[in-house]
Write a protein of this length. Structure first.
Length: 173
């Protein structure tokens, strides 16, 4: 579902595939976020007179984007756009929810041990790993979890994103 804007024969990328990718990644994230926010506010919070008067942290919504939002590869038009949209939600959602003491952050992983990544052929994984700085390996699920924990524990993290990339930037693969 990643999608090049045109194929090698010059035909345009299938618009329905683009829509489906946006539906899953961006609209799906927005939908879960809005339902979570409503539940948090209903169960935990009461509106305060001004967001600048809020000091009580009543929760945090943590979304996941992708390094493709910042450094999309060839063939990733729809995926990059959808994950870029997830990044773009962070600040306005945080501002909307400031009235209730609810924060919003987005984590931006690059290369992690996911079933999809680990299912790639060894040669493809080796090429991807050649782009890594330090640590020169795929991130581990427990390292992603530590980032989630850090966001939860630090009330100053709000309305932004954190890259989980080990200083790696995805050059042209």
């Amino acid at each position: 579902m990643a999608g090049k804007i045109i194929s090698q024969d010059g035909s345009p990328f299938d618009l329905e595939t683009f829509r489906k990718t946006v539906e899953i990644n961006l609209i799906g994230t927005f939908n879960v976020s809005r339902l979570t926010a409503a539940r948090l506010v209903r169960d935990l919070a009461k509106p305060i007179p001004k967001p600048t008067e809020s000091t009580e942290d009543l929760g945090v919504i943590i979304n996941t984007a992708s390094a493709a939002a910042l450094e999309g590869q060839a063939g990733q038009c729809s995926y990059s756009a959808s994950k870029g949209g997830v990044l773009a939600l962070s600040l306005p959602m945080a501002r909307d929810l400031a009235w209730f003491g609810v924060r919003v952050m987005t984590l931006v992983p690059t290369l992690f041990e996911t079933p999809m990544m680990m299912g790639l052929p060894d040669r493809a994984r080796a090429k991807i790993l050649s782009q890594c700085e330090y640590p020169a390996r795929f991130g581990k699920p427990e390292e992603f979890a530590l980032s989630v924990q850090g966001v939860i524990e630090n009330p100053m993290l709000n309305g932004s994103y954190i890259r989980l990339d080990g200083a790696s930037r995805l050059g042209k693969l």
